[in-house]
Design a protein around this ligand. Structure first.
Ligand code: F6R
Length: 369
């Protein structure tokens, strides 16, 4: 049942190209328009929405953080992302024109369910992005956009995460299409690029041996830090979460711009720091800033593990280890950049003798608050 893999997690990491392709299947039309008829919320309501609020936990929350960049950029609708466990306790401002998006692999996460119930009580519309047909969260929502990752067995979420990001992007582009804002050449180009993503994830997977080797060499470390900017920041958070839950190591993700506001004090000789580098093509200001951040931490002794696009030569002098990922538009990069971080955490956990599919103290679906 593990399909020749030692762990479900390895199998599920390998299944990501198919999971992403299946999630996009039938939802992108021949001329690049999105057909999400399954979203039964009338187009008029989507046009009138004044705010999008994403609620989720853990890895699904990180998918939501990424989605915020896409939704605000393509639709100009303000988007908040909140941990489902915090949401209803702060008296959030919601009304009929708020679109609440609940993201959940299992569809049974109690915190997320309670958040969506609270949102509906306040009159908000709720759309679920979910991987489990007929589970509680989609049943209690006004509409659902299913991710088609297939069953995810390993406790640590991998293929579900990539498909959550893909589904959030479909939603962002669809909202842009319905509302007519910014729906132009850029969105059409992004839809084309999105259709290429599964193949690019496949290419990343084919080049992971050096990442595994590096992970094994770090098995004796206590701490790994992760840095990113823009959509690379949630990717850094996700890389750190994977490492905590699987390798039981101290791992933290930071927005690279925050380094000088505190975290840089943590940098010491030979501390591994993973840096997710944005494309030098798109938002080049971001790229320059992160190259300076890499220089700063390296000057203080960090061992830099740099995840950068093919052809990005500016990072080469400052990378102790360089992991190449295919060139993608900035907003789509998380789907390729997250993959080496999953492989890294899985291999490190194995090297430390941990049970990869069933990490201690964790359950696949958290049905208590
Ligand atoms: C991390 C992980 C958890 C889940 C979280 C939400 O690898 O799996 O953080 O992402 O418990 O679960 P769902 O998506 O089922 O609501």
């Amino acid at each position: 049942e593990k399909g020749g893999y030692d762990y479900f997690m390895l199998k599920e990491i390998a299944e990501q190209p198919k999971a992403v392709a299946d999630t996009l299947l039938g939802r992108i039309g021949a001329s690049g328009e999105l057909t999400l008829d399954e979203i039964r919320i009338p187009a008029a309501e989507l046009r009138e929405a004044t705010k999008v609020v994403i609620v989720a936990c853990g890895t699904a929350f990180h998918a939501g953080l990424i989605a915020k960049y896409a939704i605000e950029h393509w639709t100009r609708v303000p988007c908040e992302v909140e941990l489902a466990s915090e949401f209803r306790y702060r008296d959030p401002i919601l009304d009929q024109r708020t679109l609440v998006v609940a993201v959940s692999q299992s569809g049974e996460t109690m915190d997320t369910l309670m958040a969506l119930r609270h949102a509906r009580e306040q009159g908000a519309r709720v759309l679920a992005i979910c991987n489990t047909n007929g589970s509680t969260i989609p049943r209690e929502s006004d509409a659902v956009l299913y991710t088609h990752a297939g069953p995810e067995v390993a406790v640590a979420s991998t293929k579900a995460f990539l498909t959550q990001v893909a589904a959030c992007y479909l939603l962002a582009l669809y909202l842009g299409q319905v509302r007519g804002t910014q729906w132009g050449d850029e969105i059409r180009a992004v839809v084309r690029d999105l259709a290429q993503i599964a193949g690019q994830v496949e290419r990343v997977l084919a080049t992971m041996e050096p990442v595994r080797e590096l992970a094994r060499s770090l098995a004796g470390k206590d701490t790994v830090l992760f840095l990113g900017r823009h959509v690379g920041y949630p990717v850094a958070l996700e890389g750190a979460l994977k490492l905590k839950e699987l390798a039981y190591m101290h791992a933290e993700g930071f927005a690279a711009g925050e380094l000088k506001h505190g975290p840089i004090a943590l940098i010491e000789e030979d501390l591994p720091v993973v840096v997710v580098v944005p494309s030098p093509r798109g938002r080049s200001v971001l790229h320059g800033k992160i190259v300076s951040n890499i220089q700063e931490i390296r000057a203080r002794g960090a061992r830099t593990i740099v995840i950068a696009e093919e052809g990005d030569e500016a990072v080469v002098p400052y990378a102790d280890h360089l992991v190449r990922i295919p060139a993608t538009p900035t907003l789509l990069q998380p789907m390729v950049a997250a993959v080496p971080l999953q492989v890294f955490a899985c291999e490190l956990a194995t090297a430390r003798g941990n049970e990869v599919d069933q990490p201690r103290n964790l359950a696949k679906s958290v049905t208590v608050e």
